[in-house]
Write a protein that binds this ligand. Structure first.
Ligand SMILES: Cc1ncc(COP(=O)(O)O)c(C=O)c1O
Length: 343
């Protein structure tokens, strides 16, 4: 019963098979191999336009290099109060951008509303000593397991663009959001005004495969150089490409995300039916029920792994916990968790 995080799961078999399949002979290094080229072309088919794609080792790397590419002196990055880039990346964005400031915008259920973003931007006119707005970073699916609709992304991007800001999407759980919405990758990104995307695949079945997908090359500079200087240029890039090859083949990536989301839905429905309140709507692969200490202890004693998440909610005798499902979550684990939680 592993619900600690989706990155506790291994890699999916087709991803591993692809790595083995492509482990023959030699190939040019540093992303100049034919497979990297082929996979980059596949990204273009998926996203429709002619987009530069740069692999990174981690989601953090993709996020902070995206910000580095658009950095300006005294720049501000607007993001949600729960954003990974703000709360969980060790100040990497500030470090890689020569000290751009991350500003937390009013956040509900992990998401920002366009009106709140516009109000925050208003507070910082050009020339402000506090700093000037440079970028917006949205997380899709959000850290609370909620999903922005394409219309919401478009409204936020429009508010950002009205001030000449760059619109970035942290897509660590891109596929989970996409299958929830049932729209196309293009509709969820550049057609809604996103300029640059951190495309995550590690949490959804790869071993280590993330990428920056650049829809608007005019707004980011020197990305390839910044990536190399940050140590994110793989010499054996073909193995990252191989993971994407296995991941994208026959819609495998979407099947993996559909399973993870279905397991979260099942978990949420079971817990709610047993009378447990949920802190956030369940739209992707995360569930935040409020549980009492005895239930938490019973679940842990039965071997369940999960984190307490008090920032999502607490009352006198209950605290929120975060449950993350993955492509590998067995249905039986969900049912057992629900049964134990039910007493
Ligand atoms: C929303 C979000 N963005 C980015 C990341 C960063 O990924 P990584 O651990 O690969 O740096 C994570 C990882 O937990 C995440 O949840």
């Amino acid at each position: 019963m592993i619900f600690a995080s989706d990155n506790w799961a291994g890699a999916s078999q087709p991803v591993i098979d692809a790595m083995i399949r492509h482990n023959t002979g030699t190939a040019p290094a540093y992303g100049t191999d034919p497979l990297t080229e082929r996979v980059t072309a596949r990204f273009r088919e998926i996203f429709e336009p002619h987009v530069p794609v740069l692999f990174t080792a981690t989601g953090t790397g993709a996020n902070v290099l995206s910000m580095a590419g658009c950095a300006r002196p005294a720049g501000l990055v607007m993001t949600s109060g729960t954003a990974h880039i703000l709360c969980d990346e060790w100040g990497a964005a500030e470090f890689h951008t020569n000290g751009m400031k991350l500003v937390s915008v009013a956040t509900r259920h992990g998401k920002i509303a366009a009106g709140d973003l516009a109000a925050e931007i208003e507070k910082h006119p050009e020339g402000s000593r506090f700093g000037v707005p440079v970028a917006l970073s949205l997380t899709q699916a959000s850290e609370c397991g909620t999903v922005y609709t394409p219309a919401e992304v478009a409204a936020l991007s429009a508010a950002a663009k009205a001030r000449g800001m760059v619109s970035h999407m942290d897509g660590a759980r891109f596929a989970n959001a996409l299958v929830h919405l049932g729209c196309t990758p293009a509709e969820m990104t550049w057609k809604a005004g996103i300029d640059i995307l951190s495309f995550g695949a590690t949490k959804n079945g790869c071993w280590c495969a993330e990428a920056m997908v650049v829809f608007n090359p005019d707004c980011v500079r020197d990305l390839a150089t910044l990536r190399a200087r940050a140590g994110h240029l793989f010499s054996k890039s073909r193995f990252v490409a191989a993971q994407f090859d296995g991941y994208f083949g026959d819609g495998h990536w979407l099947d993996l995300a559909r399973h993870a989301n279905a397991m979260a839905r099942r978990l949420a429905d079971g817990l709610a039916a047993a009378g447990n309140k949920l802190a956030y709507p369940v739209e992707a692969n995360e569930v935040f029920p409020l549980l009492d200490p005895a239930t938490i202890a019973r679940l842990r004693a039965a071997g369940a792994a999960f984190y307490e998440w008090p920032e999502a909610g607490r009352d006198e005798n209950r605290v929120a916990v975060r449950l993350v499902t993955s492509f590998a979550t067995p249905e039986a684990d969900v049912d057992r968790f629900v049964e134990i939680a039910g007493g």
